[in-house]
Design a binder for this molecule. Structure first.
Ligand code: ANZ
Ligand code: ZN
Length: 821
């Protein structure tokens, strides 16, 4: 039999598609719009198996929407600032742009070869001045609203990359880019005030419940980390020369206030140094030096021995006037809550471990019925009866305990109910070159002066190679010609801000820019955004579950408050694909289990690789390439392709008179695929197409024969269905069926409802071999269902009255024989 020449097909159709350019969004209102968004890539190297997977899955959705007649926006771009290009540039002694734009070309070519249905006319790169002009513009608008500000604080510092990192970029105490251990440094840095939006970021997840993976929502919820409790004011007693002062703590358990037996301040909080008594100073400083070297992970570990230093001061418990000692310790974090806690060892295990280590008193104030923590050194956290708690004594539940104590504190002006978030402001300054310059000028007279809008973009200077080596300050600081400017306000000598922005700033709004990529009046044309956004479907990796998605949601909310967009959530639905692994493990150089995408495509062709990715299983699951059979996929594509050569009726032949059984199979498949694509069960789509190919083959060889119009209908449907997954093969089939390209826009066949009606079959029900009833049932009824139906039939129940059923013989769908006696 003829074989399908995969390579020739790829060459042929690639050219035709380039000419036809079929996937440009019309954006003319003639059809309903759908926005299919895929997370844009970093241009580091060529595409790999992971890209191949996510793109194959994403394209099923976009291509399906095209077939359904929507006007689809399916854009592509590059997140092209960032460290990999900069590090490569240092190694190669060139400008980061050289490496970046070369990789972009390579990846773009690979996407085209892979047959992605992108709208190439909207392509963008975040490192283009035309793009980052607007990143800078947005930064200035955020700053005007008080949402971008500078402050000095201890920040995460990667000694290897010589740059600060956001909390989100520190994973397990390590830099998430290079794996080096992260340390702390005191630096003045720019922040976005994302904490102002904490509650809204949390609340608006309600509306995403049905369309975002629960695990992503859970990760965001946890990252935002909302806790309800109270702020309680403690007086620190004056001591010698040292004045007294009020220190507030955040607690989730104000009801345990009578059990507070000591007070702990984070050793690295300013407060600790300020209140430390002179005689404890030396011990405190030594301890602080040790704490500064620790990571937050160490500090929060419950396994570690508790450490700390007495500060020589006493705090006064606001409810009973009790004097309790003030300690500095590392298990309290400086940047959470207020950086100080009231320690209730009986009901908080961390406090109890600390009390044990330093022999501090433990007092139970809630009797939970468990053993007394004063004796067991196991803290109890549950509800119980309040004891040793004055007016609370006798209450039996947390809610009333908390309500009563908070009411009293509020009445006395010594505290109030409070909500605390784990979420921190987003640190956006980076001391690296290859990023978006921060459009601020520092003037000794005027202070921070924004670069006027009409002078944007602030373009990066031409630095390369050794100029870019990390030195702890941004390489831009050393570029004198660039950094020294006249103050836009007073005209005096001033300096540009020499930091660049975290690349997550660039990616927090790119999906808006796609709607009008050439717009010059602003970051995006509000009308274009109104037409396309929010994106109907976002597809990408779960590694972006927190950072990118949270930041994009934050940006969208700010833009909403600025009146620039009229929605508050950017992505209506989210799909996270699994990973491509090999032999059960993530692919890596060190394991030597990497699979090269180019090799796979050379060996099996694009379509077989795409089909394998889609057929591998539910899109959310990992794909173990070792278990996959791209050669099996290729064989299937050959079989499908062969059908198109066997059809002998003319294109345009009406299907009406065709073989009804085959027509039914075709129409059922189409209807089922509609539901399957909508519910993202793409692997089952492939299975259904395989079934239809088999049925059609049988019809040709031993059924209605190749001339029957139903065969043409079935094969055309196969081509259209395959166009979602295997675009080259589908195009090849479509042309062999006598049609013009492109099959990608052939349009979804209209499903004939009449052909979906299930035929019914008559089943006979016998009792003791005697015909008692006839039932109309579906041809696919299961034995169990048929038996249940028979036994439920009133005539049969009457016939069985007073008898015991001994045996039921079922031959679905035709016969049930009941033996009773
Ligand atoms: C007294 C108390 C009694 C507490 C008790 C808990 C149980 P979440 O839920 O994570 O918000 N805390 C407050 N600030 C802290 C900081 N900077 N570093 C470490 N721990 C801190 O936890 C809030 C609880 O964590 C607070 O409530 C406080 O301990 C502690 F039976 O106050 B609690
Ligand atoms: Zn000035």
């Amino acid at each position: 039999p003829a074989t399908y020449d995969v390579v020739a097909a790829q060459d042929r159709w690639r050219k035709v598609w380039d000419d036809l350019n079929p996937f440009e969004a019309a954006d003319d209102g003639s059809r309903e719009r759908r926005y299919a968004l895929t997370m844009f890539p970093y241009p580091s190297g060529d595409l790999h198996m992971g890209h191949a997977e996510v793109m194959a899955l994403h394209d099923v959705i976009a291509r399906y929407w095209w077939q359904r007649g929507y006007d689809v926006l399916n854009p592509i771009g590059w997140d092209s600032f960032g460290l990999p290009a900069e590090n490569a540039a240092i190694r190669r002694d060139e400008h980061p742009a050289t490496y970046t734009y070369a990789n972009i070309e390579t990846q773009a070519e690979s996407f085209r070869r892979y047959g992605m249905s992108f709208d190439w006319s909207r392509r963008l790169h975040t490192s283009d001045p035309e793009y980052y002009r607007w990143t800078q513009w947005l930064f200035l608008r955020f700053r005007e609203r008080g949402l971008a500000y500078r402050r000095s604080s201890p920040v995460n510092w990667c000694p290897n990359d010589q740059t600060v990192l956001a909390n989100e970029q520190v994973v397990g105490g390590m830099c998430d880019r290079c794996g080096a251990e992260v340390t702390k440094r005191e630096l003045t840095q720019w922040y976005f005030k994302v904490t102002d939006y904490a509650q809204r970021l949390l609340d608006d997840m309600e509306g995403l419940k049905a369309t975002w993976p629960e695990r992503v929502l859970a990760m965001q919820r946890n990252w935002i980390g909302r806790s309800e409790g109270a702020h309680v004011d403690f007086e620190i007693e004056p001591a010698g020369e040292e004045p007294g002062r009020t220190v507030t703590v955040f607690t989730t358990r104000p009801d345990t206030l009578y059990g507070a037996t000591f007070f702990v301040v984070a050793a690295d909080a300013k407060l600790a140094g300020e209140i430390c008594a002179p005689e404890q100073r030396e011990a405190f400083e030594a301890y602080l030096a040790q704490v500064r070297k620790e990571t937050d992970i160490d500090r929060l570990s419950s396994e570690r021995e508790k450490t700390g230093v007495f500060l020589g001061r006493y705090a006064v418990n606001p409810v009973n006037g009790e004097r309790i000692p003030v300690w500095a310790a590392d298990y309290v974090l400086a940047d959470y809550g207020t950086g100080a806690v009231m320690a209730v060892p009986a009901h908080d295990q961390r406090d109890l471990d600390f009390a044990k280590a330093f022999d501090l008193p433990v007092r139970r104030v809630v009797d939970t019925g468990e053993e007394n923590p004063e004796e067991t050194f196991v803290a109890t956290a549950g509800d119980g009866v309040y004891v040793n708690s004055d007016d609370l004594d006798g209450l039996t539940d947390k809610a009333s305990g908390i309500a009563q104590i908070v009411g009293r504190l509020e009445g006395e002006g010594r505290g109030k109910g409070a909500v605390n978030f784990r979420l921190r402001d987003w640190l956006l300054s980076r001391q690296r070159f290859w990023g978006c310059p921060i459009p601020i000028i520092h003037c000794p007279t005027c202070g921070e002066v924004p670069v006027p809008d009409d002078q944007l973009p602030v373009v990066l200077p031409d630095l390369r190679g050794a100029d870019l080596k990390p030195k702890g300050t941004s390489p831009l600081a050393a570029a004198e010609e660039w950094v020294d400017v006249d103050c836009p306000s007073c005209g005096g000598p001033a300096k540009r801000d020499s930091d660049t922005m975290d690349t997550f700033v660039d990616s927090s709004w790119y999906f808006l820019r796609y709607c009008s990529p050439d717009y010059t009046e602003g970051p995006f044309d509000p009308e274009a955004v109104r037409r396309w956004m929010p994106a109907h479907q976002y597809v990408g990796g779960v590694e972006h579950a927190i950072l990118h998605l949270l930041y994009s949601r934050f940006f969208t909310k700010v833009l909403h408050d600025m009146g620039m967009v009229d929605f508050e959530e950017p992505f209506q639905a989210l799909l996270n694909q699994g990973q491509v692994i090999n032999q059960g493990k993530a692919m890596s150089k060190s394991l030597g289990n990497g699979v090269n995408l180019g090799d796979m495509i050379d060996q099996y062709g694009v379509d077989a690789v795409r089909l394998t990715m889609v057929f591998a299983g539910p899109p959310e699951d990992d794909i173990d390439w070792a278990d996959m059979s791209p050669s099996g996929s290729l064989k299937f594509l050959q079989r499908a392709w062969r059908l198109s050569g066997d059809v002998t009726s003319e294109p345009g032949t009406p299907y009406d008179g065709g073989d009804v059984t085959l027509r039914k199979a075709t129409h059922r498949t189409l209807r089922e695929v509609e539901h399957l694509v909508d519910s993202h069960r793409f692997n089952v789509v492939v299975a259904r197409v395989m079934e239809l190919v088999n049925v059609t083959r049988k019809a040709i060889d031993s059924g209605c024969g190749p001339t029957d119009p139903a065969v043409r209908e079935a094969v055309e449907a196969v081509a259209i269905l395959l166009s979602l997954v295997a675009p080259y093969t589908a195009e090849e089939m479509w042309s062999r069926l006598g049609h013009e390209p492109t099959v990608a826009k052939a349009g979804w066949p209209t499903v004939d409802e009449a052909l979906l009606v299930q035929d019914s079959v008559t089943a006979v029900v016998q009792v003791q071999g005697k015909l008692r009833a006839k039932l109309e049932v579906g041809p696919d009824i299961s034995e169990a269902d048929l038996e249940a139906m028979a036994l439920a039939e009133p005539v049969i129940q009457r016939a069985l009255e007073g008898k015991t059923v001994r045996k039921v013989i079922v031959r679905a769908p035709k016969l049930v024989n009941i033996v009773a006696g």
